[in-house]
Design a protein around this ligand. Structure first.
Ligand code: NAP
Length: 248
């Protein structure tokens, strides 16, 4: 039986690139998405063409009932979970704090933080030796802005990623004795559609040009780090936050 990974937000960008690399590494892959079923299906087709199973699961990760139902579908249709990639994340339009609304913060923290907590809890219930599981790995997708703060653009998003860093550090130490290894990646400026949702699509390439590496990263460059943290090659990494930021 092949190992089984659930990738939240696996239908586009970093999540989709991770799904394909996981398939190449021999995982059966559950691809979560929120809205765009066609995009998720297209990733699933590519995953299957690599000789492993794929399942697409629609669920808003900020909704507890939907998350519980998603994990039950993975149990029933693929089998026992071996790995979780907490990748689903959102930004809102670039703004100063004094222009931001409570509704916006509830969405950003709901998806980025509560979503990661809900999925991590469901994964722990399945993978922890304390609960009869066989162990596993969790990789959380944070951001370099957790340490940079993103002033004038989205301090709320940066703060939500700061929470992901703390979650990664704490959960790693909480779970390593139960056979679950938890780590995280902090991507820099990566060429995906997320920037358009923040109204930043036109500005981002120019900012990336000022980075030491002089360009945006690709989703695949982040996925390589995620899959390495999932693999036995990183077996002594526990609570590691790997910066994938081109020198940012
Ligand atoms: P993206 O291209 O915008 O893709 C986001 C993915 O998340 C899509 O599959 C989307 O599915 C899914 N999603 C959105 N809201 C969701 C929800 N409520 N429940 C479940 N799935 C949801 O994003 P990306 O750039 O690849 O970013 C992936 C992760 O990397 C995020 O956590 C982001 O914060 C982080 N990151 C990105 C960058 C960057 O520069 N791109 C930098 C640092 C960190 P639908 O299309 O169906 O909504």
């Amino acid at each position: 039986m092949k190992p089984i990974v659930l990738i939240t937000g696996g239908s586009r960008g970093i999540g989709a690139a991770t799904a394909l690399l996981c398939a190449r590494a021999g995982y059966d892959v559950a691809i979560n998405y929120a809205h765009d079923a066609a995009a998720a299906d297209a990733v699933a087709e590519q995953v299957r063409s690599l000789g492993v199973r794929a399942l697409t699961v629609r669920a808003d990760v900020s909704d507890e009932a939907q998350v519980l139902a998603m994990f039950e579908r993975v149990d029933a249709e693929l089998g026992p979970l071996s790995a979780l990639v907490n990748n689903a994340g959102v930004v809102a339009a670039a703004a100063r704090l004094d222009e931001m609304s409570l509704t916006r913060w509830q969405r950003v923290f709901g998806v980025n933080v509560i979503g990661s907590l809900l999925c991590a809890r469901a994964a722990v219930m399945r993978m922890s030796r304390l609960h009869g599981g066989a162990g596993g790995v969790i990789v959380n997708v944070s951001s370099r802005v957790a340490q940079l703060g993103s002033p004038g653009i989205y301090v709320d998003y940066a703060a939500s990623k700061g929470a992901i860093d703390s979650l990664t550090l704490g959960l790693a130490r909480e779970l390593i004795g139960e056979g679950i290894r938890v780590n995280g990646v902090r991507p820099g400026i990566i060429d995906t559609e997320i920037h358009a949702s923040g109204g930043m699509a036109d500005l981002v390439p120019g900012v990336a040009a000022t980075l030491p590496i002089g360009r945006m990263g690709s989703a695949d460059e982040v996925a390589q780090s995620i899959v390495w943290l999932m693999s036995a090659a990183s077996s002594y990494c526990v609570g590691t936050l790997l910066d994938v930021g081109g020198g940012r």
